[in-house]
Design a protein around this ligand. Structure first.
Ligand code: PEP
Ligand code: MG
Length: 593
């Protein structure tokens, strides 16, 4: 029986595949396909892990102190029994043999199947045994992955199902996925994602967009309604998930999938076309990146530089400590050199809120009183001055290898501006004292808090450029947590207050002769291209995959005709409707062939 689940459309396109259910806590388990000839050795890993865990339990039982609580031996017996139960490791074999899943994935897939059975049990005692099963599987997983937990760098292999001829594509279904885990799927087997929680500009959604993989977030019950292996359609344009679709619906979506691939191929041909409007205005289209390896995609898309390098992804989910100055320097230099003379804007870490350093660590999202309003971004950096100077030194050193711009997130106070420049001065002096070569570097501020926009003249006196982070500007203007799907319907980039702040920031920055860019999601959303051009914006930074479609809009635009409509839209009760009317066919030239 087909089922429809509605969520938020966060990453466009259609994905069709079998569901792989993964509990949030196990998303960081490696998911990859093994070569057919490795099946036997993978099964051997699985069995060896079981032997290790059986031994662990037997030893624990043997070494129990005489005064141990009476329930403990019984509990260990239950765990021992579960470890040896055919329904677990033996059943997990099937995932390895039939599907070529790696051992860790096979185990977690089997756990999801069994957990569902436990959830459906009437007897509360038996239902509770699910937690025992989870603990046993954690032990088995640890036995398979000795030492540290898997991090971003230990991403799964890139072997795709089609490498084995005819295996089905897969979509991942989870209650939640952290941004760092999402990043891990860059080289993974999944062709789409569905999560129960999350907002349109939550960082998980942003990473999904950067991967250019269809995704729906905030689909509330998805992970409990969808079963392991169900066929699922993810409509990333409509925010719709269809479970177990009928053949007719499936055919319709397959057709749409082919159409959107053709459209992408057509747009890709614009790569070398300069982004110039009909009235001759040059528009800068820059890329947002998360990791050094993304520079290739930025160049591929025709980006004229990197407008936002979210450096915090270098800091997340690491097995051991923060990246050293040298490690950071190498990462920044790699991007600067890959971009071959094009500007690279490196933002200092924006840790905190929905981007915790470590999902198991002390700065856990849910451990803070109010993470979005707490110690994040520049506040976090200023509270860790040693770490901050270390990052600044790494960025300053990279400036000797190309055009580097330094960007500071979430400033709101003059005291923060002063402390930031003090730290930059100290970092520079330390490098000069050590005889290091430094290049010229421009320093910019993100405008992400209404306070920053309202005190823009002060910002413009201190900084060389500003970059508007609309994702946070919307969050803080409207008091809506961008990661919370319960209030996602109120997260409105068309809100007149938001548009006023964005428009004024662009206008007054230009008046002061300072560069201004928009690097929030609005910049890559073609619904806003004409409006931002009308506001006077000439520099947009977005996911590389969005560049071709924004460029297409730029090529069709006449900025003088657009600017003439600005006042009317900003004054409208419903700016979205007014924008549609004003920027319809009258203001934009006919489509290019
Ligand atoms: C923003 O807030 O718009 C932005 C670009 O920063 P981030 O999405 O990383 O918070
Ligand atoms: Mg931000």
């Amino acid at each position: 029986m087909s089922l429809q689940i509605f969520g938020l459309a966060v990453s466009r396109g259609v994905a069709i595949g079998r569901a792989v259910l993964v509990a949030s806590s196990r998303v960081d388990v490696a998911h990859y396909f093994i070569e057919p000839e490795k099946v036997e050795s993978e099964l051997a890993r699985l069995h060896a892990a079981r032997e290790v865990v059986v031994k662990e339990f037997e030893n624990l039982k043997r070494d129990l102190p005489p005064d141990a609580p009476a329930e403990l031996p019984a509990l260990l017996d239950v765990h021992l029994m579960l470890t040896q139960d055919e329904a677990l490791v033996e059943a997990a074999r099937t995932w390895v043999v039939d599907r070529h899943y790696n051992a860790e994935w096979a185990l977690s897939a089997q756990l999801e199947v069994l957990a569902r059975h436990f959830d459906e049990m009437e007897d509360p005692y038996l239902r509770e045994r699910k937690h025992d099963l989870e603990q046993v599987v954690e032990r088995l997983l640890r036995a398979l992955i000795p030492g540290e937990q898997q991090g971003v760098t230990a991403a799964p292999s890139a072997v795709k199902p089609r490498d084995f001829g005819g295996e089905d594509p897969l979509v991942l279904v989870a209650s939640d996925i952290s941004p760092a885990d999402m990043l891990q799927f860059k080289r993974s087997v999944f062709t789409g994602f569905v999560t129960d929680v999350g907002g349109k500009t939550s960082h998980t959604a942003i990473v999904a967009r950067s991967l250019d993989i269809p995704a729906v977030v905030g689909a509330r019950q998805a992970s409990s309604l969808i079963r392991q292996d169900d066929w699922v359609i993810i409509d990333g344009d409509a925010g719709l998930v269809i479970v177990d679709p009928s053949p007719i619906v499936l055919e319709e979506y397959r057709f749409r999938q082919r159409q959107s691939e053709l459209e992408r191929e057509r747009l890709a041909r614009l790569r070398h076309t300069p982004a110039v409007t009909l009235d001759g205005e040059r528009i800068e289209l820059l890329a947002n990146i998360e990791l050094p390896g993304d520079a290739a995609a930025a160049l591929e898309s025709g980006a004229q530089g990197v407008g936002l390098f979210r450096s915090e992804f270098l800091f997340m989910n690491r097995a051991s400590g923060l990246p050293s100055e040298d490690e950071q320097f190498e990462a920044y230099r790699a991007v600067v050199e890959s971009m071959g003379g094009l500007p690279v804007t490196i933002r200092t870490v924006d840790i905190g809120a929905d981007k915790p350093l470590d999902r198991h660590g002390h700065d856990r999202h849910d451990a803070m009183i109010n993470p979005a309003l707490g110690l994040r971004a520049i506040r976090w950096s200023l509270s860790e001055p040693g770490m901050f100077r270390q990052q600044l030194r790494a960025i300053l050193r990279a400036s000797a290898f190309g055009r580097v711009r330094l960007l500071i997130p979430m400033l709101a106070h003059l005291s923060e501006i002063r402390s930031t420049f003090e730290a930059i001065g100290q970092a520079r002096q330390q490098l000069l004292d050590a005889g290091q070569q430094l290049g010229q570097i421009e320093v910019g501020a993100m405008i992400e808090v209404p306070a920053a926009s309202l005190m823009l003249p002060i910002f413009l006196r201190h900084f060389d450029f500003v970059s508007i982070g609309t994702n946070d500007l919307i969050q803080y203007t409207l008091a809506i947590d961008r990661a919370d799907e319960a209030v996602a319907h109120l997260y409105d980039p068309w809100h007149p207050a938001v548009l006023r702040l964005v428009s004024d920031t662009i206008h007054f920055s230009r008046l002061a002769g300072k560069d201004v860019c928009v690097c929030g999601e609005m910049a890559g959303d073609t619904d806003f291209t004409e409006l931002l051009l009308a506001m006077g914006l000439r520099s947009f930074s977005m996911h590389p995959t969005q560049i071709p479609s924004v460029k297409q809009r730029v090529l069709r635009a006449d900025t003088r005709r657009l600017a003439a409509k600005l006042h009317e839209i900003l004054a409208a009760d419903n700016p979205q409707a007014a924008s549609r009317t004003a920027f319809g066919a009258a203001a934009i030239a006919p489509a290019l062939a």
